[in-house]
Ligand binder design. Sequence first.
Ligand code: 3PG
Length: 214
Amino acid sequence: MSQDTKRLLAILTAQPVVPVVAVDSAAQGVLLARALIAGGIGSIEVTLRTPAGLEAIAAIAAEVPEMVCGAGTILTPKQFEQAEKAGAEFIVSPGATVEILDAARNSDVPLLPGSATPSEMMAMLQEGYEVLKFFPAEQVGGAALLKSIAPVIPQIKFCPTGGISMKNVGDYLKLPNVLCVGGSWLAPKDKVAAGDWDAISALAAEASGLRDAA
Ligand code: 3PG
């Protein structure tokens, strides 16, 4: 097992849900990270879907060192490099391209590449990836698809994301090939914008207790 795989396993098994967030400023990212930590969530994926994503990653890495901060929605090698420079501890991509895999090969920061079909999963396994994102989970077949993959490609463990909420998270967490799920429901846009950090800590606390309930 590669060092990158070991590192990803450590990050993704530390809590049942990794929040996928988009923030409007570095300061907002820091406050959000603190609220999630208060609710027992110790890793976060800050997406580059907003212009503030990179500076938020840098600010969280500097000011909330107890939070394992990853970068999400990485589509290009340039973004990979920028996220690494900002201090991202893991990189998440919705899929995988030759260019992204090359960038990962030249970096010490582990990549969690996205996959949605058996062929994509087999291709990633061939590249040495045993931990994958499964995206967009609900839209491509959900927990039922992952369940049918488990006996066929048992080497691969997944972090499914896309359309997951408290309503269906249990269907995923009970599968043998699911390490954790990703989701934006822990950081709803309206609550982040309003600075309702207590509500976000409460959502995080509910999610961090899920493994015991599953
Ligand atoms: C992701 O990037 O992983 C997803 O967009 C998160 O999906 P969600 O917003 O449906 O939770």
